[in-house]
Design a protein around this ligand. Structure first.
Ligand SMILES: NC(=O)c1cnc(OC2CCCC2)nc1N
Length: 326
């Protein structure tokens, strides 16, 4: 095979592997077997080995990066990563609704999302290529954990448009990965992790990306940071657009026009959360219209246009260990 043919073959293998990866890890609808995927990956690895100058950072072969880091670099978030104010009961949700309606004179509609109990992260893409990923940190300064985030298969190394965009979401450890990890740690007489959130945080703070890669982490994206081209009008449109770009968004988000709809959604998921294969610690309620979000603005710490309803604390750990691994 001459160089021109190799360039073409590498390009087509990458597109094929990216599609298979998206189907398996983002859509959970694989169209080929693991064996077929592995064969294609072997073909790509062989071609890249023969033509090392053709390897680029967005190649599907480049997920598990280089050598362990000595330390993480600091990252300044262009747009602060805010924390949410809390509501602990129905009355506080209605109070939130009253305050919102006082702040905007026209009608308000909400979006409800499951509050994933993981680690808040920010992903930066330049001309459609994943260039940097960081922890929330203190909201203004986070840690650059790009190498570790690249190992999360549901994070695309390249998105479907050549957008320069920053998206925010929650990295987490699914229950199955958590139970398997703690079993392995007990085998090797290491301290088990108390909960999936600590396990996810501990995994992403590993300086060796090979360890992070072994932890089977996942992610749901739920917001945007810096995005100059953004001209959508609502948060729900943003979620739909992010999904179109190839990002994994949580399938359970829902438009809830009134606070009654919000309360119904909260009550539904207070019960149904035990059927999920990941931890949630509440529900996030957001004003859907972006102009109204802007009008409402922020307090010193939190947005006035969003609130986190927190589930009553429970023995979450017993819930997880009760799961029968089918
Ligand atoms: N843990 C979650 O699932 C989650 C956290 N935060 C947000 O939105 C915040 C972010 C900044 C203002 C609203 N949404 C979520 N779904």
């Amino acid at each position: 095979m001459n160089r021109e043919e190799a360039i073409e073959q590498i390009k087509s293998l990458r597109e094929e592997l990216e599609q298979y990866n998206h189907e398996y890890h983002v859509l959970d609808q694989p169209s080929v077997s693991d064996y077929q995927y592995d064969m294609k990956m072997q073909e790509l690895l062989k071609l890249e080995e023969a033509h090392p100058d053709l390897v680029t950072s967005d190649s599907p072969s480049q997920r598990v990066g280089g050598e362990p880091l000595d330390a993480f670099q600091k990252v300044q978030h262009t747009i602060p990563m805010l924390s949410l104010g809390n509501a602990f009961n129905e009355e506080e949700l209605r109070e939130f609704d009253r305050r919102v309606r006082e702040g905007v004179d026209e009608d308000v509609s909400y979006v409800c999302e499951l509050k994933i109990d993981g680690l808040a992260i920010s992903l930066r893409y330049e001309d459609g290529v994943f260039t940097q990923g960081a922890t929330r940190g203190d909201g203004t300064t986070g840690e650059d954990i790009t190498q570790n985030l690249r190992t999360i298969n549901s994070i695309p190394l390249r998105i479907k448009e050549e957008e320069t965009i920053e998206v925010r979401g929650e990295a987490f450890m699914p229950h199955r990965s958590f139970i398997a990890l703690n079993e392995a740690r007990e085998e090797s007489e290491e301290e088990p992790f108390a909960n999936p959130r600590n396990a996810a945080a501990g995994s992403l703070r590993q300086l060796d990306p090979k360890i992070a890669a072994s932890r089977n982490l996942d992610i749901f994206l739920y917001g945007v940071g810096q995005w100059d081209a953004g001209e959508l009008e609502s948060h729900s449109e943003r979620l739909e657009y992010m999904q179109k770009l190839g990002f994994k968004t949580n399938p359970e988000w829902k438009k809830c026009p009134t606070i009654e709809d919000v309360i119904t959604y909260v009550n539904t998921w207070t019960e149904a959360r035990e059927n999920l294969n990941y931890e949630i610690d509440g529900i996030v309620i957001k004003v859907d219209n972006l102009d109204q979000q802007e009008e409402l603005g922020f307090t010193a710490k939190n947005p006035r246009w969003a609130v986190a309803y927190k589930f009553p604390a429970e023995e979450a750990i017993t819930k997880i260990t009760d799961i029968e691994l089918s």
